[in-house]
Design a protein around this ligand. Sequence first.
Ligand SMILES: NC(=O)C1=CN([C@@H]2O[C@H](COP(=O)(O)OP(=O)(O)OC[C@H]3O[C@@H](n4cnc5c(N)ncnc54)[C@H](OP(=O)(O)O)[C@@H]3O)[C@@H](O)[C@H]2O)C=CC1
Ligand SMILES: Nc1nc(=O)c2c([nH]1)NC[C@@H]1CN(c3ccc(C(=O)N[C@@H](CCC(=O)O)C(=O)O)cc3)C=[N+]21
Length: 291
Amino acid sequence: MTAKLIDGVAIGKELRSEINDGVRKLLEKGCQPGLAVILVGNNPASHTYVRNKEKSSIEVGMKSEVIRLPEEVTEAELLKQIESLNADDTIHGILVQLPLPKHIDEDLVIQAIDPKKDVDGFHPVNVGKMLIGQQTFLPCTPYGIMELLDRSGVDIAGKHAVVIGRSNIVGKPMGQLLLQKDATVTYCHSKTKDLSSITKQADVIVAAIGKSKFITDEHIKEGAVVIDVGMNRDENGKLCGDVDTEKAKAVAAAITPVPGGVGPMTITMLLKNTLRSAEMAVTEGRCSKKA
Ligand SMILES: NC(=O)C1=CN([C@@H]2O[C@H](COP(=O)(O)OP(=O)(O)OC[C@H]3O[C@@H](n4cnc5c(N)ncnc54)[C@H](OP(=O)(O)O)[C@@H]3O)[C@@H](O)[C@H]2O)C=CC1
Ligand SMILES: Nc1nc(=O)c2c([nH]1)NC[C@@H]1CN(c3ccc(C(=O)N[C@@H](CCC(=O)O)C(=O)O)cc3)C=[N+]21
């Protein structure tokens, strides 16, 4: 078998054109959706992602504001920035790029963001709503993966989905979204014993580990769908995922490439959440007419 590639760039484009239509409708009502991204320090990977986010939000017609703060910024200064964005009617989405420097309490920062502007879906209020299936901002990476599966015709009801990784931003919410769509979900993590015996049972594998080419053909059942969340560098400094794509292709039915799979969808869902936030602001009379 040679696996079908699930094209995140193409599916993302399709969705962005729908988002662009939504932005135009809001512009007619005098509201331009605005996204603010706060970037602390000099992590080069973070700079690339943030530039991508800025470029994509402008492409769909949104206002983009990137706030770059030095590595040494105090927690209090960062919280003050967030407060001012919370109060700014031209901003509908606030994203604080993670990870933050060690002297800053990430939980405190996430909790300072107005849940109505938390387009990452990381605020405990939004995490809680997601867990009980209420409408809210879904975390962008798992949300993007659900769209990828849906738009490539993968039906997950009744399927066994194995999620490898249990971080708050990817693994944990991923399992919950799959469960809501009636998959039978297993979580694996660093303490899991005999990983491959579990992943071999999966109809759908989501790898969110952070280890280059960790998942190979030996972990995959013939005909499984493999979603690769990893963003790593290989021994030559080349971008690669958590899955050894070449080996996996021989057994999987479908697989997401890195780059060009999950990454572009993460950014697309961020735009979708920002659009929805602006739409709600218009309904509630909170959008500034300055646009
Ligand atoms: N494409 C995209 O849009 C995005 C990509 N990423 C990428 O996805 C990857 C994961 O990100 P993130 O969730 O933030 O990472 P974390 O480091 O927060 O979590 C990694 C998870 O993998 C588990 N793990 C580590 N080693 C093993 C192992 N040997 N066997 C099984 N499980 C293991 C850890 O287990 P334990 O909990 O026990 O420590 C942990 O739960 C990274 O490469 C990151 O760059 C992240 C966000 C978005
Ligand atoms: N508050 C917060 N929210 C996030 O959503 C968040 C974060 N912090 N911290 C870091 C991770 C990582 N992440 C990625 C987004 C897009 C690509 C992406 O666009 N990847 C391209 C390639 C990019 C390149 O060429 O380097 C692709 O896969 O094709 C990757 C990774 C969001 N994250």
